[in-house]
Design a protein around this ligand. Structure first.
Ligand SMILES: [Zn+2]
Length: 291
C-alpha cells in the first residue's frame, strides 16, 4: 500500500513528510502508457503533489501543479486533495530520451526550461496561485525552489522513480522537509548534513527502508516524532455529469454545431482515460438546458 508519513522534529521547528508511491505511479504508467522518462516525470510530480496536498487544512481543498517546459514532454499536470488522492497526466507520454551519463532517466531533458505553477483552491473566491521558473526540470529541485521563492517556508524536496529492466515501476517515493520561521542555524546544519547524505530515495526504499525509516534518517539528531500515516492513491473524480458540464460550457454555438454534425460525441478524461459518450439527443437536451 502507498502511504505518506508525517513527522516533526527540533521542537516542531521542522516539519517532514516521506512517501512510498510505487503502486500509484505504476498505475499511472499503465493508464497513460508512458515512456520511461515520462513515467519518472509524472511519478515524481504525483509523489510531490501527494505530500504537498496533505499539508492543506480544509477538507475540500484542491491543489493543482502544472509544469510547462520547452522539452519534448510538453507539460505535466497533477492534482491532489487533502486526503492523499492524486491524479495526473503528461502532454506527450511517448517522449524518448537517452539516459543521462549517470544512468538516471533524463527528466530534466524531457521537461526542459519553463515554469512550475501551483494553484491552491481553498474554497475562497480566488484560488491562490504561485509560479516559479524551473530550476532544473528534475521536479524535486523545482518544488524546492517553489517553496523558497513562493512560500514563507524554506523546504527541501527529494523525489524518485526507479524502473525495472522491463520499464515497470519498481520503486517510487519521496520526502519533503520544511523549516518553520526562526529555525536555529544548528538545526539547519544538522538537516543539511542528513539530507546531503541521501543520494537517492528509491535506493533507500529498494534497500528495505520504510518512509518512517527515511524520516528518522533525515531527522537524525533532532528528536524526530512520527505523527501519522496517510494512505495515498490514484483517484479520479470525473463523471458523466462533470463531462456534460464541460460540454455545456463550450456554449450554445459550439453545441449547435456538434448537433448539426449528427454524430455522437466521445469525451476522454485526460486524467484517467475514462470514456463518456453523448448521443445527439443528449446534446440536444443540453442545448435546451443551456437556455
Ligand atoms: Zn477521470
Amino acid at each position: 500500500m502507498d502511504y505518506i508519513v508525517r513527522a516533526t522534529a527540533a521542537g516542531e521547528r521542522v516539519r517532514a513528510f516521506a512517501a512510498t508511491t510505487r503502486d500509484l505511479v505504476e498505475q499511472a504508467r499503465s493508464i497513460h502508457n508512458t515512456s520511461p522518462a515520462a513515467t519518472a516525470a509524472l511519478g515524481r510530480l504525483l509523489t510531490g503533489a501527494a505530500m504537498m496536498g496533505i499539508t492543506m487544512k480544509g477538507e475540500a481543498d484542491i491543489m493543482t501543479i502544472m509544469v510547462k517546459g520547452d522539452g519534448p514532454i510538453g507539460g505535466i499536470t497533477v492534482t491532489a486533495d487533502a486526503h492523499g488522492n492524486v491524479k495526473g497526466y503528461v502532454n506527450n507520454p511517448n517522449v524518448l530520451l537517452h539516459a543521462r551519463p549517470d544512468g538516471k532517466l533524463d527528466v530534466g531533458g524531457a521537461v526542459g526550461k519553463g515554469t512550475l505553477t501551483v494553484i491552491r483552491d481553498l474554497g475562497l473566491k480566488e484560488p491562490y496561485v504561485g509560479s516559479v521558473e524551473l530550476a532544473t526540470g528534475e521536479i524535486g529541485d523545482d518544488l524546492t525552489l517553489y517553496y523558497s521563492v513562493s512560500e514563507q517556508t524554506p523546504a527541501s524536496v527529494g523525489l524518485g522513480v526507479l524502473l525495472s529492466r522491463e520499464n515497470v515501476v519498481e520503486q517510487a517515493g519521496g520526502f519533503m522537509v520544511q523549516l518553520m520561521p526562526d529555525t536555529p542555524d544548528e538545526v539547519i546544519d544538522v538537516l543539511e548534513k542528513n539530507i546531503g547524505a541521501v543520494h537517492s530515495v528509491t535506493d533507500l526504499l529498494k534497500g528495505g527502508m520504510t518512509p518512517e525509516d527515511i524520516l528518522n534518517k533525515l531527522l537524525d539528531g533532532l528528536e524526530p516524532e512520527i505523527l501519522d500515516r496517510c494512505e495515498t492513491k490514484l483517484s479520479c473524480n470525473c463523471s458523466y455529469d462533470r463531462m456534460a458540464r464541460a460540454l455545456i460550457s463550450l456554449g450554445r454555438e459550439e453545441l449547435s454545431s456538434l448537433i448539426a454534425e449528427g454524430e455522437p460525441v466521445e469525451l476522454v478524461c485526460q486524467f484517467c482515460k475514462s470514456k463518456y459518450t453523448f448521443s445527439v439527443d443528449d446534446l440536444k437536451a443540453m442545448l435546451e438546458a443551456a437556455g
